[in-house]
Write a protein that binds this ligand. Structure first.
Ligand code: GLV
Ligand code: GLV
Length: 327
């Protein structure tokens, strides 16, 4: 008999169809929000689960789901997984890297430009019927081309943002990361390694692309915001919690930095109420990877991992490959 799997959220019908060729599939096409108890109950007897980045997989859940062998995340970020607990139980974790790199870098740049050039703010003004006449300083923003782009987190997506800035907009690119890129990659991205402090002090635009871990919690808080130029913008396409949103709202209100562009939030889909009332912030609902082809590729990769592991013993993008075959 075919293994049973759970698809925890609504996905493309084609993805379900493909999974159904290999598995007994229980799915959530109505996209209900399940409590932890309900999620645990539905996982009984399931060998695999297709998650989307919002479902928490931790030691308690794993203890209650002894049949589970793989959790396949349709996201590159996997801070919803306790990978250590999964390894301890012999459960494979997979994510969806690479297929969203360029699309997410595109969005980082879109958000940077919308923020620096005040696109959302000026559109709201126009839609509200407030545009009466042209004036010399109306929505004058910060320069993008030729400015200094500071990237914190120089993984694949950070490198994509760097290439766009350096090659497309003639920006001076600096970066900070746990480890330095190879000289070849630095040359390709035209990016110079600097300390976090130097980056914050000199960048005109700071883009955050670090994964969320306890160590990256509040990478940007009041102290870091205080180092930034008053004319600078801050862009978060990484994860909620990388930025202290309450401190950011204060900095924006007091114009200690010029503007921010945020695609991710602490406690999303809740958004800090103060961020909703300051004008100099562009807010989007976690859509950086949201193009039709990329979301399909992410879903395909998560499905590839489930089929690859449960049917053939070979997942495509394992996070803890040491557990392969443990269960
Ligand atoms: C989206 O946030 C992802 O991690 O893929
Ligand atoms: C993160 O995993 C990235 O690709 O930047």
């Amino acid at each position: 008999t075919q293994p049973a799997i759970l698809v925890a959220r609504a996905v493309f019908p084609e993805t379900l169809e493909r999974l159904s060729q290999h598995f007994q599939v229980e799915s959530n096409q109505s996209d209900e929000s399940w409590s932890k108890e309900e999620f645990t109950a539905r996982l009984q007897g399931k060998a695999g689960v297709f998650t989307t980045g919002s479902e928490r997989i931790d030691a308690e859940l794993l203890a209650a789901c002894p049949d589970l062998r793989i959790c396949a995340n349709m996201a590159v970020g996997y801070n919803n997984f306790d990978v250590e607990a999964m390894s301890a139980r012999g459960v494979l974790a997979t994510n969806a890297p690479d297929v969203l790199t360029e699309t997410t870098a595109d969005f980082g740049f879109a958000l940077l430009m919308a923020t620096a050039r005040r696109i959302s703010e000026s559109e709201h003004f126009l839609r509200a019927g407030k545009w009466r006449k042209w004036s010399y300083d109306m929505f004058a923003g910060g320069e993008v081309h030729g400015s200094t782009l500071g990237i914190i987190g120089m993984g694949r997506i950070g490198q994509g943002v760097a290439r766009r800035g350096a090659h497309g907009f003639g920006m001076n690119v600096i970066y900070h990361n746990r480890s330095r890129l190879t000289p070849e990659l630095e040359a390709e991205c035209k990016a110079r390694y600097v300390s976090k402090e130097e980056l914050l002090k000199t960048a005109d635009h700071v883009v955050l692309v670090v994964p969320y871990t306890p160590a990256s919690h509040h990478t940007i808080g009041a102290a870091e915001l205080a180092l930034m130029k008053p004319s600078a913008t801050l862009i978060n396409i990484a994860r909620g919690g990388i930025v202290d949103d309450a401190a950011l709202a204060v900095a924006l209100r007091e114009k200690r930095i010029a503007a921010a562009g945020l695609d991710v939030f602490e406690g999303e889909p809740q958004v800090h109420p103060d961020l909703l009332t300051v004008p100099n912030v562009v807010l989007t609902p976690h859509i950086a990877s949201a193009t039709v082809p990329t979301r399909r590729a992410m879903a395909d990769l998560a499905a590839d991992n489930l089929i690859g592991y449960l049917v053939h013993g070979k997942p495509k993008t394992p996070l803890n490959p040491e557990v392969i075959g443990a269960k």
